[in-house]
Design a protein around this ligand. Sequence first.
Ligand code: TYD
Ligand code: ZN
Length: 398
Amino acid sequence: MKCRSCCGDCQEVLGLGEQPASNALLKSADEHEETYPLRVAVCTTCWLLQTTFDVDEKRLFSDEYPYFSGQSKQWVSHCNEFAEAAIKRFGLNDQSCVIEVGGNDGTSLLPFKGRVAGVWNIEPSKSVAAASEAAGIPVKPYFFGTPQGQQIQADLLIANNVMAHTPNINAFAEAIHATLKPGGTATIEFPWALNLIEGVQFDTIYHEHYSYLSLRALEPLFARHRLKIYDVQELPTHGGSLRVFAHRTDVACPRVTSAVFEARRREIPLTVPETYERFARRARGIREQFWDFLGGRYQGTEIVAGYGAAAKGNTFLNFCQLNRQDIPFVADTTPAKIFKFLPGSRIQIVSEKMLIEERPKYVLILPWNWRDEIVEKLGVIRSWGGRFVTAIPELKIT
Ligand code: TYD
Ligand code: ZN
């Protein structure tokens, strides 16, 4: 196949089987669902890691997209800190415009409100867009990269965890250029492919994520679209993210920081084919380790409950071919998810209260990126000898 960024040749890295869209929760346990091949490949020219099969965006990001940013306290404080730093660094004031792409329920634009001339959330998903409007953050209901999405220009353009969500990464980059004022900066956050590979985070691979981004892969893409990355920051979010700062190259650009040179150096392993072979071996090893854990439970009767109906959980459960015989239920605090069924595994989602009533011996935390927050709030399971389990990057029982 050809690379979605540079049209170079790609090499397959890992096959994760036939999987349904990982956010497509089912209303009943026997509802029909579509599955699509889930495989990742890497381009041997620009080293962009990417899925090989494009599921139509409109099937994936439906009006019922169940993810609401405001759900996590940690994420909210991450957004507040970012806004404070950005207002200072870019000298944003009552003349400035801040635009967010895929701003979800408006959580990350809220701290800018009232401190700049205007904020806009370019968000096509109706359910979350309504929440954004309700919170006082106006919405342009378009897919970024389509012509309607480009009628406004920003001093600060934020694209957090959204660039990987589009099959047409070239249109997205071009839209960044078009939506930036000449001296404006775009800050783009994404789970860093370097951490995906080194931390064996194969569960973050699903159809909604068309690309797995790195500085190495973004630089040539941006250069083609008259954009340049002049700074990067490493972030702890989503298992280790990168935030890049990009500027238009048709106007004077800030000096490239040493952090960019350092990140380029650290990414050298991403340009070596053996790195990807090792990653695939380790992913299959994690699955075997988890099967051994399930098989080895005392008389096979101790309950392993799931916690967190995250998209990444579905990749993990379906790659391991698990169902409700293995994990009888998964608890989640998102009201819109409770009582629905996970795609593929068809395990039911229940409330946190129901999980506690069942007193499971093990609680498998599927969104391992929230492990600390979840272990802290669910400490009550210790009272009956319950233990927390995470499977990635290796089986951990505490
Ligand atoms: P999310 O962070 O959205 O991961 P992904 O991008 O893989 O979907 O998923 C976290 C899920 O876990 C989400 O459904 C909310 C849920 N959750 C809880 O139920 N309780 C919690 O305390 C936290 C932190 C998350
Ligand atoms: Zn490429």
